[in-house]
Ligand binder design. Structure first.
Ligand SMILES: C[S@@+](CC[C@H](N)C(=O)[O-])C[C@H]1O[C@@H](n2cnc3c(N)ncnc32)[C@H](O)[C@@H]1O
Length: 275
């Protein structure tokens, strides 16, 4: 059983839900450069924070309990009740309005900070074509598993929505010009919400904060905005906490303000206008 090396990343190991999935889990561990633990191995690896669990039709990231209470597993399930519920939320309308749904048929959006792809899914459900980029390999693997599962869904609505979503695992700023050709809008949601005493951070946010947040998050997000504003697109949209200043104090053209979040919209040209 391999342990964590000095370069081991965020303290994540891969396990299989049962022995019949060992080969699949071992292959995923190798692809992600993570240690693979067989199901019977004691969870005593130093620095182990979370397990990436390969199930028959799903992939889930589970925090390892340090003080007896760990948040539940995080996975991407586009068919889950919560995602269906989101469809009817007013937040969707605001996000759609921010990117310009209705201003151009078959709007093409790059979600440069895909995360667990909830916003991407909302936009795809509104009819947009989505290119998603996610630079954390483990998060990318969760999204890839969620997309594959939804594609196999017997629910025609679900399969149709995800058919408009394409995942690119890697940093958005490394995309090449041909990969960006035809993109109308770049959408950024780079920051995990800060811990807030008044509001419990959702379970996945707490886990993601500890595993994936970089120490230079604001500068990093600023560089991403700078990159996006120099791409050949019609608009850039940034999701911000309601009362936060604009990212890097870059004044947007306008903002769409919701109850909990705000979308800062940077108009670079009209959506109907060709580059
Ligand atoms: C706050 S989360 C996004 C949540 C997402 N909007 C959703 O609906 O699930 C931000 C994500 O962006 C990713 N990210 C940040 N900078 C990136 C970049 N330059 N390229 C690709 N992914 C990036 C992070 O790894 C993280 O998973």
């Amino acid at each position: 059983m391999p342990g964590f090396s000095a370069q081991a990343h965020a303290g994540i190991a891969v396990i299989a839900a049962d022995a019949s999935l060992d080969a699949k889990a071992a292959a995923l561990a190798q692809e992600l450069g993570l240690p693979f633990l067989n199901a019977h191995a004691a969870l005593t690896l130093p620095g182990l924070q979370a397990l990436l669990r390969v199930e028959v039709d799903a992939l889930a990231l589970q925090a390892v309990a340090s003080s007896g209470q760990a948040p539940g597993p995080v996975s991407v399930d586009f068919g889950a009740g919560a995602m269906r519920h989101r469809r009817r939320g007013g937040q969707n309308e605001l996000l759609g309005k921010a990117v310009g749904v209705g201003k151009k048929r078959g709007l093409s959006v790059l979600d440069a900070t895909a995360g667990l792809a909830r916003d991407s899914f909302v936009l795809a459900d509104l009819g947009c074509h989505l290119l998603l980029t996610e630079r954390e390999p483990v998060v990318g693997a969760l999204v890839a598993a969620g997309l594959a599962r939804a594609m196999r869904s017997p629910d025609p609505w679900l399969a149709e929505v995800v058919s408009r979503m394409r995942l690119h695992r890697g940093c958005a700023t490394h995309l090449l010009a041909p990969q960006l050709a035809g993109v109308d809008v770049i959408y950024l949601d780079p920051m995990f919400p800060e811990r807030d005493k008044s509001a419990a951070v959702k379970k996945e946010m707490a886990l993601f904060q500890s595993l994936f947040v970089r120490s230079n998050a604001e500068d990093d997000a600023g560089a991403l905005l700078d990159w996006a504003l120099h791409c050949n697109v019609a608009r850039v949209v940034v999701k911000r906490p309601l009362r936060a200043p604009p990212l890097c104090l870059q004044r947007p053209s306008h903002a769409i303000v919701g109850k909990a979040v705000r979308y800062d919209v940077y108009i670079l040209r009209s959506l109907g206008q060709n580059a």
